[in-house]
Design a protein around this ligand. Structure first.
Ligand SMILES: NC(=O)c1ccc[n+]([C@@H]2O[C@H](COP(=O)([O-])OP(=O)(O)OC[C@H]3O[C@@H](n4cnc5c(N)ncnc54)[C@H](OP(=O)(O)O)[C@@H]3O)[C@@H](O)[C@H]2O)c1
Length: 298
């Protein structure tokens, strides 16, 4: 368990306790760092401290008496969930039922609850982009599980924020289960001669550190509860994203644009899943965020 309280504040300013679930993941780590401020007591749990899908999770969370509960866990094996029944069950357990249980526990103690959904809740045929209130219509099991999670949280009500990020990148945990982001994969390939990259599927890259900051601002600025799109500004497809990565790295592998069908995958991906943030200040552009992340690796 991580407890990152830094300094005590004067007695008249009560410290806020933040419980971060999935604290070792890409986003979880960034959240722990983001809330590591004098006014917060941060408690971070990952799989070793508590399995969030367990029957006792609500009781255990309540026992901590947090003011803010942030669920940064998630089932992200999009293709496995499409073809394997056991994986599909895990996917719904983690992405749908768990947020519902956590929302209930949060409501019981009057805590703010933050959960993360995905751009995959959308069909992907709206070229102009999706606003927060556009109707989800997922085309994959993963997308469906995220949408069910959103609905469970909304039905419970209470003080909740559902944030939809997409295409997360940033420092990832070093555990065996850690999934490499697209940026990390491209960085590994920087000295290759030729790289085939899908020249389709427009979306919004999201830097984990920016998303953590976005999350803290929502809570601190007491934004109205509900759904938010937490992505860096602008959009690109994989080919455009790869080109920008190598431009920043000053590397010139030959990029070969290909159709998505060249890399067959079990789950369908939305063709256009650009998320429009119509409710808050925009985050910086994905290109600026990329420069920040890649410089941090140097
Ligand atoms: N990554 C993306 O591109 C993306 C895009 C859209 C939305 N999102 C959503 O954003 C959120 C954060 O994503 P992320 O990429 O930071 O995820 P991540 O790197 O996979 O981190 C998730 C963390 O939660 C832990 N965890 C998983 N199952 C658990 C369980 N049953 N009990 C306790 N801990 C558990 C994981 O541990 P293990 O490593 O041991 O499994 C990991 O440390 C998720 O809700 C995700 O679905 C992500």
């Amino acid at each position: 368990m991580m407890n990152t309280k830094k300094l005590s504040k004067p007695a008249e300013t009560p410290l806020k306790k933040v419980l971060i679930l999935g604290c070792q993941g890409t986003l979880g780590q960034a959240l722990v760092a983001e809330f590591n401020l004098p006014e917060y007591i941060v408690v971070g749990w990952d799989r070793n401290e508590a399995d969030v899908t367990s029957a006792q999770i609500g009781r255990r969370v309540i026992a901590q008496k947090p003011d803010i509960i942030i669920n940064a866990t998630g089932y992200n094996a999009v293709d496995k969930a499409e073809t394997d029944e056991a994986e599909k069950a895990k996917c719904f357990q983690l992405n749908s039922f768990t947020p519902g249980k956590l929302a209930k526990a949060s409501k019981e103690i009057g805590a703010i609850f933050v959960n993360y959904s995905s751009d995959y809740v959308f069909r992907g045929d709206k070229i102009e982009g999706y606003a927060e209130n556009d109707r989800p219509d997922p085309i994959s099991v993963y997308g469906q599980s995220k949408w069910e999670g959103e609905k469970f949280v909304a039905v419970v009500g209470g003080k909740y924020y559902v944030i939809r990020p997409s295409r997360l990148f940033g420092p990832s945990d070093k555990t065996a289960n850690a999934k490499k982001s697209f940026v990390d994969i491209m960085v590994e390939k920087k000295n290759d001669g030729k790289i085939k990259v899908v020249n389709e599927e427009e979306g919004c890259p999201t830097y984990s550190l920016d998303l953590a900051y976005f999350t803290r601002l929502l809570v601190e600025q007491k934004k109205p509860y509900g759904i938010y799109h937490g992505v860096n500004s602008g959009s690109c497809n994989w080919y455009g994203w790869a080109g920008e990565i190598f431009k920043i790295l000053n590397k010139q592998p030959k990029l070969i644009p290909v159709l998505a069908s060249e890399f067959p995958r079990a789950a369908k991906r939305p063709l256009y899943s650009v998320l429009l943030n119509t409710k808050t200040e925009p985050m910086r552009s994905w290109q600026e965020a990329l420069v920040a992340y890649l410089s941090s690796l140097a």
